[in-house]
Design a protein around this ligand. Structure first.
Ligand SMILES: [Zn+2]
Length: 190
């Protein structure tokens, strides 16, 4: 899997080091996926790399047949009609109180891990429903961006888990009913 994920867009002296780092990230997803994950389909991996770049990873939340209800943090007064996506938190599961997956910008990713976003106010959770058919269950994929110099910049305990210091988080959802696909969250983490 991912055997052809060769990074071509680097000066040759950096290529082996960065390639080895990204190979490791593909095998070591962030701790927000500790509740379970599986491989994303190869065509989704190729789309991600074509559209976002070589320094992204993507995983399916849960096992291959899993689907989830989706909630996220939006500023009050905003809603999905404005096509903003969620800004702060993402919660996946049958109910928001018992998540099977959660991401929170105040705790997760580069700035969350570094304490830069800890004091941000708690945005209310809004449920995401399919904009085409209105139903609530989705196949969910989460994607993470890594900076090219990340491994060199981390120290101490943080250097042992670079996979948690991603700089962008994205949630892609595909409707169980009509297969409509959408990016429900795109959250800068650094
Ligand atoms: Zn739908």
């Amino acid at each position: 899997m991912h055997g052809d994920n060769r990074i071509e867009s680097l000066p040759s002296e950096d290529q082996p080091r960065v390639q080895a780092f990204m190979d490791r990230m593909w095998k070591s997803p962030p701790r927000c996926l500790a509740g379970g994950f599986s491989a994303a389909p190869e065509e989704l991996v190729e789309d991600l790399r074509d559209n976002y770049g070589d320094f992204w990873t993507i995983f399916r939340v849960g096992p291959e047949d899993a689907s989830h209800r989706v909630w996220g943090g939006l500023p009050e007064g905003e809603d999905e009609d404005e096509d903003l996506g969620f800004w702060q938190r993402v919660v996946l599961g049958d109910e928001p109180e018992r998540p099977r997956f959660s991401f929170d910008n105040r705790r997760d990713g580069h700035d969350g891990e570094s304490g830069f976003t800890a004091d941000e106010e708690d945005l209310p959770l809004t449920q995401y429903l399919c904009p085409e058919c209105g139903q609530a269950q989705f196949e969910c994929f989460v994607a993470f961006e890594y900076p090219i110099d990340l491994e060199e910049s981390l120290e101490g305990d943080d250097a042992a888990r670079p996979q948690d210091f991603y700089t962008w988080f994205s949630l892609l959802v595909y409707c169980d009913n009509c297969d409509h696909g959408d990016e429900a969250a795109s959250i800068e983490c650094a």
